[in-house]
Write a protein that binds this ligand. Structure first.
Ligand SMILES: Cc1cc2nc3c(=O)[nH]c(=O)nc-3n(C[C@H](O)[C@H](O)[C@H](O)COP(=O)(O)OP(=O)(O)OC[C@H]3O[C@@H](n4cnc5c(N)ncnc54)[C@H](O)[C@@H]3O)c2cc1C
Length: 319
């Protein structure tokens, strides 16, 4: 399909040369006046020995679908939700998953025969959102009887004996394992020399421009450091707003730079599903200094309804 000055190519990008603003796909080179890199994150369970064959990858459709079926057979044992590495997209997702599985066990009247635990390398839940939000999410998890183990970096998994081995010497057993896999910048982005010391693409945090003129990157592929020493979370809400800013930046340049271009201001929000048909809601400014200003609203049915409507709206718009 060709529209005024825009080529849409539905093909695997094989190579990127940011200095020339050129990508190779569909057997040919495409050179633009602007280049926007929005290739997300590669999920890499193979980075942790034994992980891929041990449990359910929450971050793929295949893994989530298999988990949906497997948990219906679950009547006794130890359920572990495991965050394997930082950073990972949607910082709330593993916490939501643990709470939803616990809720499911109560609904199926098998809760008293199941144990729930969450292991993560983070110092606490969603630490970038600040100590209050982090403590609030931890409270939500622990008041449901889910044992929480922060600062546990997984090293390897023994799928045969259902054992997890952590860098701090701790070993833990599981009967059902749900994991958030390690994330890497996509191979084509790494090969292009676009990634910095963090392994992600550094950009100007307001314009999303990379070190290459008129080459932008947005969403999960970027690494945007915050003054608190942690990166901006990888989340759809940020990818969406960054995309709007990049589109406006490009339009502004094409129109001769008249007026004031918009810039990305680090504001974002997310729902936190807690089970029982309820969700909490976090919202704030992640660019605030000296630390992000984020507020967590107490769980309620209205936030859950808001998430359902939000999802329906996106599905209606795009599918
Ligand atoms: C379980 C789960 C729950 C989540 N919940 C939330 C939430 O509640 N709120 C929220 O804000 N965010 C949430 N997220 C995060 C959100 O989905 C991501 O942050 C968002 O999709 C990032 O957008 P992106 O465009 O950067 O990357 P993506 O959406 O991953 O898009 C990148 C695309 O590039 C493609 N690609 C990669 N390499 C190539 C190549 N070489 N050639 C061609 N195409 C390529 C990929 O296949 C992909 O389609 C969740 C994520 C997960 C996994």
């Amino acid at each position: 399909m060709e529209r005024k000055g825009i080529d849409v190519v539905h093909a695997e990008v094989e190579r990127i040369d940011p200095a020339q603003r050129t990508v190779w796909a569909d057997g040919r080179a495409w050179t633009g006046d602007f280049l926007v890199i929005a290739l997300g994150a590669e999920l890499a369970p193979q980075e942790i020995p034994g992980l891929a064959e041990a449990g359910y990858n929450l971050y793929t459709l295949e893994g989530a679908t298999a988990l949906r079926d497997a948990r219906q057979q679950l009547a006794a044992g130890r359920v572990v939700v495991l965050v394997t590495r930082l950073p990972f997209k949607c910082p709330a997702a593993p916490y939501e998953e643990a709470m939803l599985l616990e809720y499911d066990a109560r609904k199926r009247k098998v809760r008293d025969r199941l144990e729930f635990a969450l292991y993560t390398p983070e110092p606490g839940p969603m630490p970038v959102a600040g100590p209050e939000v982090s403590a609030g999410v931890r409270r939500l998890v622990e008041e449901r009887g889910i044992a929480y183990y922060p600062q546990h970096q997984i090293e390897r998994v023994d799928a045969v004996n259902r054992q997890l081995y952590f860098a701090n010497g701790v070993a833990a057993s599981y009967d059902l394992l749900v994991f958030v896999p390690p994330h890497l910048a996509p191979p084509v982005v790494r090969a292009a020399g676009l990634t910095g010391s963090t392994g992600w693409v550094p950009v100007d945090r307001h314009t999303l421009e990379t070190q290459f003129s008129r080459v932008y990157a947005l969403g999960d592929v970027t690494g945007i450091p915050l003054p608190v020493g942690m990166p901006l979370p990888k989340a759809g809400v940020f990818a969406h707003r960054e995309a709007e800013v990049v589109a406006q930046m490009i339009a502004h340049t094409v129109q001769g730079g008249r007026g004031q271009p918009t810039s990305f201001d680090g504001h974002g929000e997310c729902f936190v599903e807690v089970g029982d048909g309820r969700a909490g809601f976090g919202r704030g400014n992640f660019y605030a200094e000296p630390q992000p200003q984020v507020r967590l609203y107490a769980p309620g049915r209205h936030w859950h309804a808001g998430k359902v409507l939000f999802e329906k709206d996106w599905l209606r718009r795009w599918f």
